[in-house]
Design a protein around this ligand. Structure first.
Ligand SMILES: Cc1ncc(COP(=O)(O)O)c(C=O)c1O
Length: 397
């Protein structure tokens, strides 16, 4: 047996990860040790303001006490049993999730990640229509498993995912004519990130979502919102689906993951009765989906967002942030909604990302070299916005 070395120094963590993990992620020079709210504490004692929320996952903030308590209590009762038995924890999570969703979305399917939620959503659309093709958009990101990566017309992802699943068609985001031209009777679904995050936080006019809904209704196509990033409160609404920004449009399926379990891996599809009516026993399934620890985390996450009035906080702090950013002349535009924001700079966002990191503030880049992404926990406060603005000012001085 190979000897396992004790980690006794900070530098060991970096070198051990590099030695034993595949070098597939570009990492920041931070060794994460613990977190609290918007703060991430590193092994060297430094504290970071986390405006990236662990990749949009830590919506309730790091280690929200209500979520931690619920998860801890569940781990002491039952770690796991599959969907072959009923569970009150699972029943409550499904009920709670459906209760915060737009009325038409009345049933949940639980899985483990965003890509898996999208795979299942596309499969359900194919069941429901008896058709195969899927329209997605240039700039959209939907995950890295075979069907989801084939639906991802962003950068090199389809290339990485070769051979691609056939039947994926590309339309232009915000351009309804480009969608209508492809939407014939071979098309099962139109799937979109309602705000394209990785592409640089791109949003369409509300009329675009309305036009998509009408097109889908007219041609018998299933509309899927990939709300893996926009869902669970990030935009200041529970979901983009049904919101004002969506012109009230509710899709037939919403996919979720990231913030849904506050860091405990969980994904979900929310579907209408009409979609549900096409799903038969054994059509979908996954061993870990709906596991008790994840389900306890889902319920507690939704309760924490509601209990701490985080949706209201997102809307209020977003307007404050937008106001304060007007003071920074290098920020030429602020894209997005709520706490999914893209700050467009006159020059490279990567330099800004690095400059902020040097001042212990974590942000995200995007595939648009001018756009810096902010995906902070939904509990971010005004004084923390001030810290970021001061750091930007200092950097540009
Ligand atoms: C919009 C969107 N969809 C799907 C995914 C894939 O989610 P996961 O990484 O959980 O598979 C992501 C991940 O970043 C995403 O941002």
């Amino acid at each position: 047996m190979k000897a396992v070395r004790a980690i006794d120094k900070l530098t060991d963590t970096t070198s051990l990860e590099e030695q034993y993990q595949l070098a597939t992620y570009k990492k920041m020079p931070v060794v994460a040790e613990r977190g609290e709210g918007v703060w991430l504490y590193a092994g060297d004692g430094e504290r970071y303001l986390d405006l990236y929320g662990g990749h949009a996952v830590c919506g309730t903030g790091h280690c929200h006490p209500h979520v931690v308590k619920a998860v801890r209590e569940q781990t002491e009762k039952l770690l796991f049993y599959s969907n072959l038995v009923y569970s009150e924890t699972r029943a409550r999570a499904a009920e709670r999730l459906v209760s915060v969703a737009p009325d038409l979305l009345s049933k949940a399917f639980f899985c483990n990640s965003g890509t898996e939620a999208n795979e299942n959503a596309m499969r359900m659309a194919r069941f429901a229509t008896g058709r195969e093709n899927i329209i997605t958009f240039a700039g959209g990101f939907h995950g890295r498993t075979a069907d989801a990566i084939s639906a991802t017309f962003l950068g090199k992802y389809r290339e990485i995912g070769k051979p691609n699943v056939p039947g994926h068609l590309k339309a232009e985001f915000g351009d309804i004519d480009s969608v209508a031209a492809l939407a014939d009777d071979s098309v099962a679904a139109i799937m979109l990130e309602p705000i394209q995050s990785m592409a640089g936080v791109k949003m369409a006019e509300p009329s675009f979502y309305r036009a998509l809904r009408e097109l889908c209704d007219e041609r018998g196509i299933v509309l899927i919102y990939d709300e893996v990033q926009t869902g669970v409160g990030r935009t200041g609404d529970w979901f983009f689906a049904g919101s004002e920004a969506s012109d009230g449009v509710v899709p037939d399926i919403v996919t979720l993951a990231k913030a849904l379990g506050s860091g405990i891996p969980v994904g979900a599809c929310l579907v209408t009765e009409a979609i549900a009516s096409h799903i038969k026993e054994n059509d979908l399934g996954t061993t870990f989906g709906g596991g008790m620890v994840a389900m306890a985390a889902v319920t507690a996450t939704l309760e924490a967002i509601e209990g701490d009035r985080m949706l209201e906080n997102v809307r209020e702090v977003e307007s404050y942030l937008r106001e304060r950013l007007k003071e920074i002349e290098q920020v030429v535009n602020v894209h997005g909604r709520g706490f999914l924001l893209g700050l467009e700079f006159t020059d490279g966002a990567k330099t800004v990302h690095e400059g902020l990191l040097a001042q212990r503030i974590i942000t995200g880049t995007s595939s648009d070299p001018k756009v810096l992404r902010l995906l902070p926990p939904l509990c971010l406060q005004r004084d923390q916005v001030d810290m970021m603005v001061d750091a930007l000012r200092k950097m540009f001085a």
